[in-house]
Write a new protein. Structure first.
Lengths: 466, 582
């Protein structure tokens, strides 16, 4: 029997965050955090955080049960393999992203020695193998399976290819010692992605591999507690907040941005895209629920990368009389070397940090959103092409993650990112309101939704004041 | 909402000057022109054709029009004399006006005409030819086909005005391409400049005519789009350039009731009441049975004339010779239908009051409402696409670049509905679409009755178009589905690379390509190369217009043999294709 108070926990790389909630109503009772104890046993940090939260809420820690998500220890690394880049490989990549994994490799086509070497070197936790629509291509997909089975050291593999040959492919991998999971095709027909079965399969492996395999804790309590990767929890929460439950309406189309130290993640949920007469899209239709990860945009480990990518804007906005460009780049390099350095209000760092956050947000949003282009064909007319989803009309963007939550003006940072002059062809939000997840409850709500979606929606609505 | 985020200004030729400067320049040119006097205007005692039309509509005097253009000017002139004499002999009023259907070379600048390939139709070579246009018989000419629209527009306008022609067209033909002329900028400059000359002479009763079906409306699916398009042309011609604009139309509509409603809708969006220069007679109802065409002719004329007189439009219906469907009519065939047209006039008062005009007016109002939305969509969307909508040259060129399909998809007004090719349920489906859909239904009926050995069950067939034309692909996908095959609709405007990717994932048995844009050989060659690279073994079929532009030939050359040499099958008909796919 579940106790009414839940400790919704996020094992992050740096901090372990706990939200105490009433699991029946979704009322937030307290939040607290403590440094994640990766080098010891992560349960040490967890208990510190829970104890702090319980003392705030004045609840005995023994009365609390916990469910948790984790991104500690680097998360789950997935390699996506498909037949054609724009089709099965793209679907496999999106399935892995939506599962909250790090997609360290996407590969397609005939797998020659070079590609096999890359797979071998990338050292992934899981491979997601796709190729062919249902009833579609077989020959090269089977050939690719044989090549991988013969050249790669066995690892867990999820088969989500043409259903006609998934048994054949599974046998090939089983015979060479791979740990095989077979699931539905990520691209059953050429127009439609079907990524949720693969997403669930990856999640299941995540629990087994990351939780049990990475040695973060010896405690049974830990492996019983963690039910999903943190990005997955945020994506689940995003969908719930957007679409609502049977009893409560959602808030409609949204985009949730999480600016982290190493990456900037975006989660988005759209109602079914309206038929856009006059535009043509390339590749299969995208799912309405999408996560993207920008591996080169982060506040610490990627500070220099952000700085160089957005140099023109940063220079235009900085008062280069008070601070030189050299000082800016130096600070970014220091951040990369000392990611955990604490900022002081007086330091020049706090001037630069919000600007860097605006850069991360603006670039990540632009990449996540679709683009349009016009091509003129002589004697034919203009072809209007849309690549990716249209977010121009969405009413709300939610900001989460350390920098946006802890900055004194996180809303201002996000608003400035949204108002930045965008490239003309980008389908990014034009008039969205910015809202900060100031209590850091998005991941917590994703966890809670597995038990009580209505309580989870209430938690988000009240905490985000929606 | 569908349009923002596209910047079409990038597609506009860099050398296109500001349209307002072109207008100023054309008006200055117009000031120097002295308008001549035609026999017709002299006889009527008016300064311009428009002046007479305004009198005629006031007094309910029916006017008639004919199209004429024999193989050269001398023959055309003789035909005019004969037609005029014939009317006098028969005791009917001679035709009021004619549209000169000039040879295509007339669209080129004067200096380029002699070197261009000769086609059929009259070409006016010197002052004498032009003079004879207005001075042979008292029938008022319109300088129509190939006069305005091409790069030679300015030369033609000046010549036409000098000899007393006060109605010059055809604005919608600016969407055409002239042989050896690929310079879009100079062509549109010529059209705007010529229109500005006409604007300068508006006070003298000069009219700038269009014929809608020569432009994009001819392939529109919705009559509401016709009205919206006419509003766009009027906006450019009147509001931006300052001319008096007339939206002539009518050849592609068979239903006389619908035709009356569309004509009235066009009049409703004609605030300055410029008389619609002519109403073309129905051409799609005609068949090789000339006797049967008499019925098409008379019904069309009766309704057009009743609408004209009842609502005092001051237009001039054209009687289409019953033989025109098969050949260029000789003078006797033109005279025959002109006589019928005049005789019809006797019956109008007997019938007119028994027609339910209310029904036609309701239809008119629906079309006007739709047309206004089309127009405002167009202006808004073009502005969003970063086009200066106050510049006539830019608006013209961007509409030309968009092409008819895109214009109707973007600006169109019907409710969104995927069952229609252009993604919307038309406010009022055009007769052209109706006919084609009927053809499709017949075709599907035939196909579905084919025996079991004609069925293509378990065959996976990828269908794609190399160009923007959706209809051929639509026919293909529906007939292939009707014989039970598993159709993969890869869409329009596809590159070989796109097609190969889809064929690879789906392991399509066959690839069927429809092409109409003169790229058949290059496309076929690239497709086969890419298939080879990717290891795709599907069989390839191509149909449509299998030709390609080659250096040194004005017309694209047939490339069927080249395609066959590549191993591409080129069926001659749908039946052929179905057989070959088995």
């Amino acid at each position: 029997v579940n106790k009414p108070v839940l400790a919704l926990t996020d094992f992050g790389s740096t901090y372990t965050k706990v939200a105490l909630v009433n699991s029946t109503t979704g009322d937030l009772l307290a939040t607290a955090q403590a440094p994640t104890t990766v080098h010891n046993d992560v349960m040490v940090g967890y208990r510190n955080a829970v104890n702090r939260a319980c003392s705030v809420a004045n609840i005995p820690a023994a009365q609390v049960t916990s469910i948790a998500s984790s991104s500690a220890g680097g998360g789950l690394s997935v390699g996506s393999i498909g037949l054609v880049d724009d089709y099965t490989a793209a679907a496999a990549r999106q399935a892995a992203l939506n599962s909250g994994a790090k997609v360290d490799l996407v590969i397609s086509g005939h797998l020659d020695t070079e590609k096999l070497n890359i797979i071998n070197k990338t050292n992934m936790d899981v491979l997601l193998f796709s190729g062919g629509t249902d009833g579609g291509h077989t020959k090269q997909v089977i050939a690719n399976a044989k090549l991988i089975a013969g050249a790669i050291k066995p690892c867990p593999i999820i088969i989500a290819c043409n259903k006609d040959i998934s048994d054949v492919v599974a046998t090939i991998f089983c015979d060479t010692g791979f740990e095989v999971t077979t699931t539905e095709n990520v691209l059953p027909d050429i127009d439609t992605m079907n990524i949720d079965p693969a997403r669930r399969a990856i999640n299941k492996l995540f629990i087994e591999r990351v939780i049990i395999g990475k040695g973060l804790s010896d405690a049974v309590e830990f492996s019983n507690t963690v039910i999903m990767p943190t990005p997955e929890a945020v994506l689940v929460a995003t969908e719930l907040l957007s679409k609502g439950t049977a009893l409560q309406q959602g808030v409609g189309d949204i985009l949730v941005i999480d600016i982290g130290g190493a990456t900037t993640d975006i989660h988005s949920s759209l109602s079914k895209p309206p038929t856009r007469t006059g535009f043509r899209s390339r590749g299969p239709g995208l799912p309405t629920l999408m996560r993207s990860v920008q591996g080169d945009l982060g506040m610490r480990w990627n500070a220099s990368s952000v700085c160089s990518q957005d140099e023109v804007w940063l220079k235009s906005i900085l008062d280069l009389g008070t601070v030189s460009w050299r000082q800016v780049t130096n600070i970014c390099e220091e951040w990369e070397l000392q990611p955990h350095r604490v900022l002081t209000d007086k330091s020049i760092d706090s001037l630069i940090e919000p600007l860097l956050a605006i850069s991360c947000a603006a670039i990540a949003i632009e990449r996540h959103c679709g683009k349009t282009s016009a091509v003129y064909i002589p004697n034919q007319g203009v072809d209007l092409i849309q690549d990716g989803a249209d977010f121009r009309e969405i009413p709300l963007v939610v900001g989460t993650g350390g920098i946006l939550i802890h900055n004194s003006d996180g809303t201002g940072v996000l608003e400035r990112a949204l108002r930045r002059q965008k490239a003309g062809h980008t389908l990014s939000p034009t008039n969205a309101r910015a809202q900060i997840d100031s209590h850091y409850i998005m991941a917590a709500a994703g966890l809670l939704s597995t038990q009580n979606p209505d309580a989870a929606l209430h938690l988000m609505r009240s905490s985000l004041q929606l | 909402m569908d349009s923002a985020a596209i910047d079409l200004s990038e597609l506009i030729p860099k050398d296109l000057p500001d349209g307002r400067e072109i207008v100023a320049d054309g008006k200055a040119l117009g000031k120097k022109v002295v308008i001549g006097e035609s026999l017709y205007c002299k006889e009527k005692g008016v300064k311009s054709e428009r002046e007479w039309r305004e009198i005629a509509r006031e007094k309910r005097i029916p006017c008639t029009c004919m199209n004429i253009g024999l193989s050269n000017w001398d023959e055309t002139r003789d035909a005019l004399e004969n037609i005029y004499e014939d009317a006098l002999v028969r005791g009917v009023r001679p035709p009021d006006r004619f549209n000169l259907i000039a040879e295509r070379r007339m669209g080129l600048p004067k200096s380029s005409r002699a070197d261009a390939p000769q086609e059929t139709g009259p070409c006016l070579w010197d002052e004498k030819d032009w003079w004879e246009l207005t001075q042979t018989v008292p029938i008022q000419p319109e300088a129509a086909d190939n006069m305005i629209g091409g790069p030679g527009s300015v030369d033609n306008v000046l010549d036409a005005l000098r000899v007393g022609i006060t109605c010059v067209g055809v604005l919608s033909q600016y969407t055409w391409r002239w042989p050896y002329w690929d310079d879009e900028a100079s062509q549109v400059i010529a059209v705007v400049r010529a229109a500005a000359v006409l604007a300068e002479k508006k006070k003298d009763g000069v009219v700038f005519d269009s014929y809608l079906e020569d432009g994009y409306p001819g392939v529109f699916h919705d009559y509401a789009s016709y009205i919206g398009w006419a509003m766009l042309e009027r906006y450019i011609a009147e509001d931006l350039i300052g001319a008096a604009y007339s939206s002539s139309w009518g050849g592609l509509t068979q239903n006389p009731v619908i035709k009356s409603a569309v004509t009235l809708a066009l009049e409703s969006v004609n605030p300055n009441r410029v008389p619609i220069s002519f109403l073309q007679g129905d051409t799609i109802g005609n068949t090789p049975d000339f006797d049967a065409n008499m019925a098409v002719l008379v019904n069309d004329l009766m309704f057009s004339k009743m609408t004209d007189l009842r609502y005092q439009l001051g237009t001039a219906p054209i009687a289409v010779p019953v033989t025109e469907v098969e050949r260029i009519p000789d003078w006797k065939e033109v005279a025959q239908v002109q006589t019928i047209s005049r005789k019809c006039e006797d019956y109008l008062p007997l019938i007119e009051n028994t027609i339910d005009w209310k029904q036609i007016e309701l239809l008119r109002d629906k079309l006007v409402a739709g047309g206004k939305v089309f127009f405002s969509n167009a202006i808004r969307i073009m502005s969003e696409m970063n086009i200066d909508v106050k510049d006539p040259a830019r608006v013209l060129i961007v509409m030309k670049l968009l092409g008819p399909e895109k214009c109707e998809e973007l600006f169109g007004v019907g409710e969104a509905d995927d069952n229609y090719i252009r993604g919307r349920k038309p406010v009022l489906e055009t007769d052209l679409v109706k006919q084609t859909m009927e053809k499709r239904a017949t075709l599907l009926d035939t196909v579905s009755k084919l025996g079991p050995d004609a069925r293509l069950e378990n065959k996976k067939i990828l269908v794609a178009s190399t160009d923007v034309h959706e209809f051929a692909k639509f026919l293909l996908t529906s007939s292939l589905e009707a014989v039970g095959s598993d159709v993969i609709d890869s869409g329009i405007n596809r590159d070989p690379e796109d097609i190969v990717k889809v064929a690879l994932e789906t392991a399509a048995d066959s690839i069927v390509i429809t092409t109409h844009n003169g790229v058949a050989r290059t496309f076929g060659t690239t497709l086969k190369e890419k298939m080879e690279e990717a290891g795709v073994e599907s069989s390839v079929f191509m149909g449509g217009v299998l030709n390609e532009d080659v250096e040194g030939s004005d017309v694209p050359v047939d490339v069927t043999r080249d395609l066959n040499a590549l191993g591409i099958v080129t069926p001659h008909s749908l039946e052929d294709l179905l057989r070959a796919l088995r």
